[in-house]
Design a protein around this ligand. Structure first.
Ligand code: HEC
Ligand code: HEC
Ligand code: HEC
Ligand code: HEC
Length: 123
């Protein structure tokens, strides 16, 4: 086989594998968590969430994606935590987000906000 052919095949395999990895692992840099309609109230604006910063700082995806298995597709929290689930979406987000910030603050570590309007300004 000539060298050019091999390098083309190698390039296709390399970029192909990148695409596969992307499909499984590509995580958003930054999002706004906003699911109007999922709550009895709609008093607050969406909550900005620096996803990559959190993932880098915490290192463990399962601190939040607690049902996720290595290699599987990442499900959204609201796929399971809804208005009617045992642990509603509001409780799940508050327990996860505010719960961690509170615990870290108590432990004297640098962390995110705990006052209501620092996460989501009022409408
Ligand atoms: C660490 C961040 C954080 C803090 C602190 C926080 N929340 Fe939230 N809150 C969220 C997130 C994330 C959601 C889900 C937003 C969505 O899905 O639209 C939410 C949703 C809500 C909702 C339902 C949506 C709405 O607009 O009505 C209410 C009510 C709410 N929070 C009230 C509060 C109150 C009151 C406090 C303070 C005692 C508070 N939150 C503190 C992150 C936070
Ligand atoms: C501090 C909590 C937290 C950590 C740590 C975290 N994530 Fe997330 N991730 C979220 C939240 C919240 C969302 C918003 C979507 C939702 O409602 O589930 C999200 C969304 C995603 C999405 C998009 C899902 C979709 O369908 O929109 C992917 C992919 C993802 N995360 C992968 C990862 C990977 C991989 C890691 C580890 C390197 C990681 N996350 C670490 C909280 C976190
Ligand atoms: C595949 C479904 C599923 C997904 C996806 C999911 N959860 Fe859960 N979660 C559950 C179940 C089931 C429980 C147990 C409580 C219950 O029965 O509702 C739970 C419990 C929790 C708890 C209580 C403490 C604990 O760990 O047991 C928190 C907080 C929580 N989820 C937050 C989240 C957040 C934030 C996300 C997204 C980053 C998320 N969950 C994604 C199904 C899910
Ligand atoms: C397991 C712990 C943990 C969880 C869960 C967590 N955070 Fe944080 N959060 C942190 C830490 C640590 C920082 C400081 C990161 C830094 O500055 O490097 C932070 C910083 C922040 C900040 C301020 C800094 C910035 O750049 O935005 C906001 C806002 C925030 N978090 C919102 C959220 C929301 C919304 C959720 C839930 C979806 C969440 N956090 C879940 C640990 C956590």
């Amino acid at each position: 086989m000539d060298k050019k052919f091999i390098s083309i095949v190698a390039a296709i395999m390399f970029f192909g594998s990148l695409l596969v990895l992307q499909g499984v692992f590509s995580q958003p840099d930054s999002i706004t968590i906003d699911n109007p309609g999922l709550y009895a109230t709609d008093k607050y604006q969406g909550a900005p969430f620096a996803h990559k910063k959190h993932a880098d700082a915490l290192k463990d995806c399962k601190k939040c994606h607690h049902t996720w298995k290595e290699g599987a597709k990442v499900k959204k929290c609201v796929d399971c935590h809804t208005k009617d689930s045992k642990l509603t979406a509001k409780k799940a987000f508050h327990a996860n987000c505010r719960g961690c910030h509170r615990a870290m603050k108590k432990a004297g570590k640098p962390t995110g906000p705990t006052p209501c309007t620092k996460c989501h300004p009022k409408k």
